[in-house]
Design a protein around this ligand. Structure first.
Ligand SMILES: [Zn+2]
Ligand SMILES: [Zn+2]
Length: 284
């Protein structure tokens, strides 16, 4: 086409994949308007992005790291603004990263029916004060077992399309994290998740965490693959420059674990794509 400054990169293959996990400044720990996330998504030759900011919660639950219930309308407006600014053929879709926590199910049911979401990520955020107050009893091993139990419960709640960063708890006490010790608990959680039909996320932001590997790591991915659990890749960007980050190595990890397909959600329905096709389209 040769338009100087055209936002589309010159790639051979038409874009097909999405980055399905990213935030907005409404959560008080992310920067950049969704328009900027959209622009970075375009430069990575993605087909679109799904904004999944941290869910509003009732009674000031973990309010320091999320939008207030009153800001939910603003959130939807910001996502629409980015959708309007996007080049033809690039989608900016509404999603949410919702906190799973015992007793919050009615709130989340209501929230998820209050807008036309394309994708709902469920998160067990072990590091928020409310979770630590309720479940930290001074024993890191028991804490991890509880986390994986909660992960399975969150899948069985039927509230979510996919489970975000599903081994995040390895950052709780990384010096005594031994995969083999936790493996039986992970496996029984994965059996329940597989039975629920819920997908799981491969979150590339794990590379920047205390324990520098994606969430989940390679051993857990293999156990997921052997149970046929679908995977959606997300960058969990809290700044626009990370959109699509490490997607090619994420796809490589999936192949190593035995996967030949990777998934995305749209209108809360899963679509499975061949990894070999997706790889051809992602800009490095
Ligand atoms: Zn966040
Ligand atoms: Zn999260």
């Amino acid at each position: 086409m040769g338009h100087l400054g055209h936002p589309f990169p010159m790639t051979e293959s038409p874009a097909i994949y999405f980055d399905s996990h990213m935030h907005t400044p409404l959560c008080k720990h992310a920067e950049g308007h969704p328009i900027e996330y959209m622009q970075h998504g375009v430069s990575k030759n993605l087909k679109g992005i799904i904004m999944t900011c941290h869910s509003p919660m009732p009674d000031r639950f973990s309010h320091r790291v999320r939008m207030s219930p009153e800001q939910f309308g603003t959130y939807m407006e910001m996502v629409s603004e980015a959708a309007e600014e996007a080049p033809d053929g690039f989608d900016v879709l509404l999603g949410m990263e919702s906190d799973w926590f015992p007793g919050m199910e009615p709130w989340l049911t209501e929230l998820h029916s209050s807008a036309d979401f394309h994708y709902i990520l469920g998160s067990v955020h072990w590091h928020i004060p409310e979770y630590i107050d309720a479940f930290w009893k001074g024993d890191s091993s028991a804490f991890r077992i509880q986390y994986f139990e909660h992960l399975a419960e969150s899948a069985e709640s039927g509230l979510f399309d996919s489970l975000a960063h599903p081994d995040l708890v390895k950052n709780a006490s990384p010096e005594d994290w031994h995969f083999e010790t936790v493996q039986p608990h992970i496996e029984s959680a994965l059996d329940r998740i597989a039975a629920s039909g819920v997908a799981m996320e491969l979150n590339t932001s794990g590379l920047n965490k205390v324990m520098p590997e994606m969430n989940p790591g390679p051993q857990m991915l293999e156990l997921m693959c052997s149970r046929g659990i679908p995977v959606v890749i997300g960058s969990d960007s809290h700044n626009p420059g990370r959109v699509g980050e490490s997607f090619l190595s994420g796809l490589g990890m999936l192949e190593k674990a035995g996967y030949d397909k990777v998934s995305i959600f749209r209108e809360r329905k899963r679509q499975d794509l061949l990894i070999s096709k997706v790889k051809e389209t992602i800009a490095p």
